[in-house]
Design a protein around this ligand. Structure first.
Ligand code: NAD
Ligand code: UFG
Length: 345
């Protein structure tokens, strides 16, 4: 649906990053004009150059920080946005254990600054990127959205704290309209092969690591643990195509534009895949072999986690449509055409 000139403008914090850039493309395709605010601490501006090319529409970037209230006030006075997709944040679990203050300051402090400036500007519609990490080691799978919250690291605690702040805000003023989206494991890339995940340094996450082994940037995959109580002993997760996630944001945005109040949903497929299943699926998609070695468990990892996504179907009419094969085919297209990510351009 193209909403053309009358469509509400959307501020996308962290929109130059992996998930944000795919969401910006989906927003533009749905007819929403955007403005991105990103400090480029974990992204390249090239992602948005390519998004604009793919969309045939502008994807303007303001390079700046959500902790900068002066800049936010100027931006909100100038841009007249109606809603915000809030992706900006730090996301590396291990780094959050080593540098907790950086995580609380950036993620929690940045969000309170953003919310204060939004309230001042009268912008009270927000979609927030939360994470399945809020459940910690889940008490049951598939994980229902009302499962107990038990984050096990500072990164996860920033997400729970922000969720609580957003709940308090919605209770304090009924004009706020807030969607909290708990993503499971986002993977894959836009099928054009033009935008995708481009982690700095050694990837922490499975799919980018596997992609880099397939393309020859890394020698072999270390599989963290082969003795979990799962089908083949390796960890099981709910991998979700980033395009499905992007569609979920547009659905959540449509809801926050129409209904006040706060709601929380899981965005996952409802299916779990083991590490070895991912390796086999990626080998099939890429035609490359992925050498691997089973090593010790990674501290803090859990055996399995996959979503009960029914709340998203009920509230948003959304469900994931793309399967593991598409996730791997699209991740490989991106990786093989951009072996060094955006820095190769
Ligand atoms: P990403 O690092 O690619 O994107 C985050 C973006 O935010 C980056 O472009 C970064 O430069 C920007 N940023 C960070 N701090 C900022 C600040 N203070 N001001 C302005 N910009 C800032 O990560 P992603 O994978 O696209 O994740 C997006 C969001 O989704 C994050 O909030 C993350 O915690 C959450 N999330 C990610 C995953 C995942 O596995 N990728 C899972 C669950 C939730
Ligand atoms: N794994 C390996 N080798 C690797 C990397 C990962 O075997 O090199 C395994 C892990 O042990 C786990 C699975 O692959 O079993 C997935 O690991 P990821 O690091 O890709 O994902 P996690 O589920 O551990 O964590 C991710 C994000 C968290 C987020 C969580 C839920 O890193 O920030 O998904 O959204 F909270």
């Amino acid at each position: 649906m193209d909403r053309s000139d009358s469509a509400p403008k959307v501020l996308v914090t962290g929109g130059a990053g992996y998930i944000g850039s795919h969401a910006v493309l989906e927003l533009l395709g749905a007819g929403y004009p955007v403005v991105v605010l990103d400090n480029l601490s974990n992204a390249s501006p090239e992602s948005l150059v390519r998004v604009a090319q793919l969309a045939g529409k502008p994807a303007p970037l303001v390079v700046g920080d959500i902790r900068d209230a002066t800049l936010l006030r100027e931006l909100l006075a100038r841009e007249k946005v109606s809603a915000v997709l809030h992706f900006a944040g730090l996301k590396a679990v291990g780094e959050s254990v080593e540098q907790p203050l950086a995580y609380y300051e950036n993620n929690v402090g940045g969000t309170t600054t953003l919310l204060t400036c939004l309230a001042e500007a009268g912008v009270r519609r927000l979609v927030f990127s939360s994470s399945a990490t809020v459940y910690g080691d889940p008490s049951e799978v598939p994980v229902p959205v009302d499962a107990p919250l038990a984050p096990s690291n500072p990164y996860g605690r920033t997400k729970v704290m922000i969720e609580e702040i957003l709940g308090d805000l919605a209770r304090s003023d009924p004009r706020w309209s807030i969607a909290i989206l708990r993503y499971f494991n986002p993977v894959g890339a836009h099928p054009s092969g033009r935008i995708g995940e481009d982690p700095r340094g050694i990837p922490n996450n499975l799919m980018p690591y596997v992609s880099q082994v397939a393309v020859g940037r890394r020698a072999e995959l270390a599989v963290f643990g082969g003795d979990y109580a799962t089908t083949d002993g390796t960890g099981v997760r709910d991998y979700i195509h980033v395009l499905d996630l992007a569609r979920g944001h547009v659905a959540a945005l449509a809801r926050v534009l129409e209904h006040a109040g706060a709601f929380t949903v899981n965005l996952g497929t409802g299916r779990g895949h083991s590490v070895l299943e991912i390796v086999r699926a990626f080998e099939a998609a890429s035609g490359r072999s992925i050498p691997y070695r089973i090593v010790d468990r990674r501290p803090g990892d859990i055996a399995q986690c996959y979503a009960d996504p029914r709340s998203a179907a009920d509230l948003l009419g959304w469900e994931a449509a793309l399967d593991l094969e598409s996730m791997c085919v699209d991740a490989w297209r991106w990786q093989s055409r951009n072996p060094q990510g955006y820095s190769g351009t």
